[in-house]
Design a binder for this molecule. Structure first.
Ligand code: NAD
Length: 452
């Protein structure tokens, strides 16, 4: 089957490539000419494990194409997926301008029956909005062409996107059209060989399922982060509590890690958009609002610990802080809403110099941070540690799991380590000579009396 994916970002490129891998003929379209030119020259615009080889394999097999040409690609494709970005407006609403633009472009070029499948995360009512937008353009063109709109929200996780796409936990399809459903079942059939993971429902439920999933995940993280703060004040250990409650099958272990607050392109914006959907209908969503509130507070926690620590040591002004890991999570170069950005801004605001290192997100971080003499870009862990008064771990990349702490502390000027991801054993860190701070346990200080 010939399939068109509109929007060649994290979702569009991965989905298109995985559909091609399963034998479909896929065209990935984007309005970003440079991105498409790059892809046509073998340059993959995002970091995602396993993606590059799969793209190259399918391009070589002529199953995967990249274009900016709407007319030709819509003419060739029965099914057009929408995978464009849906950021939130400053007021917290889902911004549907890109989805609307795509709907208009499809309607301007379609000449026969098409299935428009929305993969972008969108509020309830968007399938109807897309349908109405397409119909308006068709009316303006004075043509009568049949079409269906399907809601097919995406659940892939950055950092594991290829795997998630090839072996989805579930595929949600919202449709009221048996004709469209039959085609969608055919598209996803190769992904369902071990067992059927298609869940078919009405369109509004499908649209809301995506927000419900992300709000649940956000709530679990914020709940643990809220408890973590209490642990720090009471002498309890959030890691032990995680094990203690995770062993209850009704709760489970996933998404119960305390940390520096969640970031990324999805959770923060989706819980904002979900609240605004409720608000528009006069319906308060206090649990979701609390998940957001706690997350905003949590994103400042590592910086506040540093401010406290250095308040007894002459203040942060003039200090040098090394930060290991910038991406919002490991195995991605995505910096959107990363907790590291809040920490960096707190440190710069306090007059500190920051030394930054991430295995793959440096280019994206450079686009978001100012060109400043207070920001030093490093090439590895040891360079980041050199002359630093403190180090912070903000992304738990695997390569940071077993750091050479003897070499690191020997290079540092100070001895504080702020572990935003609870990766290390506090007692071991103290033995190595660090004042060690993590999330959800009281500080582990070598000698509380030392004041510089
Ligand atoms: P992205 O920003 O990485 O990519 C979006 C792409 O769409 C960009 O390349 C942009 O140039 C392109 N685009 C914008 N307008 C266009 C137009 N009119 N025609 C053609 N291309 C256009 O976004 P993303 O992270 O892939 O997210 C896409 C959607 O999927 C969002 O709604 C997001 O919430 C949702 N989603 C994202 C993830 C994720 O992990 N990133 C997971 C699940 C769902």
């Amino acid at each position: 089957m010939r399939i068109l994916i509109i929007g060649t970002g994290y979702v569009g490129l991965v989905t298109g490539t995985c559909l091609a891998e399963m034998g479909h003929h896929v065209t990935c379209l984007d309005i970003n000419q440079a991105k498409i030119d790059g892809l046509n020259n073998g340059i993959i615009p995002i970091y995602e494990p396993g993606l590059e080889e799969m793209v190259k394999r399918n391009v070589k097999a002529h199953r995967l194409h990249f274009t900016t040409d709407y007319a030709e690609s819509i003419a060739q494709s029965l099914v057009c997926f929408i995978a464009v970005d849906t950021p939130v407006t400053p007021e917290g609403n889902a911004d549907l301008q890109y989805v609307e633009r795509v709907a208009i472009s499809i309607a301007e070029h379609m000449t026969e029956y098409r299935i428009i499948v929305n993969k972008s995360t969108v509020p309830v009512g968007t399938a109807k909005f897309v349908g109405d937008t397409i119909q308006e353009v068709l009316d303006r063109r004075s043509v009568s062409i049949d079409f269906d709109v399907v809601a097919n929200p995406e659940f892939l996780k950055e950092g594991n996107a290829v795997n998630d796409c090839m072996k989805p936990d579930r595929v949600i399809l919202g449709t009221d059209s048996p004709k469209a459903l039959a085609v969608m079942q055919e598209i996803y059939a190769p992904f369902m060989l071990s067992h059927d993971r298609l869940i078919v429902m009405d369109i509004p439920s499908a649209e809301l399922t995506k927000y419900a999933a992300n709000a649940m995940l956000a709530t679990r993280i914020s709940f643990m982060n809220e408890l973590a703060g209490l642990c720090e004040l009471t002498g309890a250990d959030i890691n032990k509590i995680r094990k203690g409650i995770g062993s209850d099958k009704r709760i489970g272990y996933s998404f119960l890690y305390a940390g520096p607050g969640f970031g990324g392109s999805c959770l923060p914006k989706d819980i904002r958009a979900l609240q605004s959907q409720g608000k528009a209908l006069g319906y308060e969503m206090p649990i979701v609002a609390a998940a957001e509130h706690i997350n905003n507070r949590q994103k400042k926690v590592v910086g506040e610990k540093m401010i406290d620590y250095f308040s007894l040591r002459g203040g942060l002004a003039g200090k040098t802080i090394g930060i290991l890991g910038l991406a919002f999570k490991p195995d991605t170069d995505d910096m959107r809403e990363a907790a590291s950005l809040i920490l960096i801004s707190q440190l710069l605001h306090s007059g500190a110099t920051v030394k930054l290192f991430d295995p793959v997100a440096m280019d994206n971080a450079k686009k978001l941070l100012p060109d400043s003499p207070s920001i030093i870009w490093c090439t590895d862990e040891l360079e980041t540690a050199a002359d630093a008064d403190a180090l912070a771990l903000m992304t738990e990349w695997k390569q940071f799991r077993f750091l050479d702490f003897d070499a690191i502390i020997a290079k540092m000027k100070g001895r504080a380590f702020f572990d935003g991801r609870n990766q290390y054993n506090p007692q071991d860190m103290v033995k190595k000579g660090f004042d060690y701070f993590c999330i959800g346990q009281a500080a582990f200080l070598i000698n509380e009396q030392v004041i510089f």
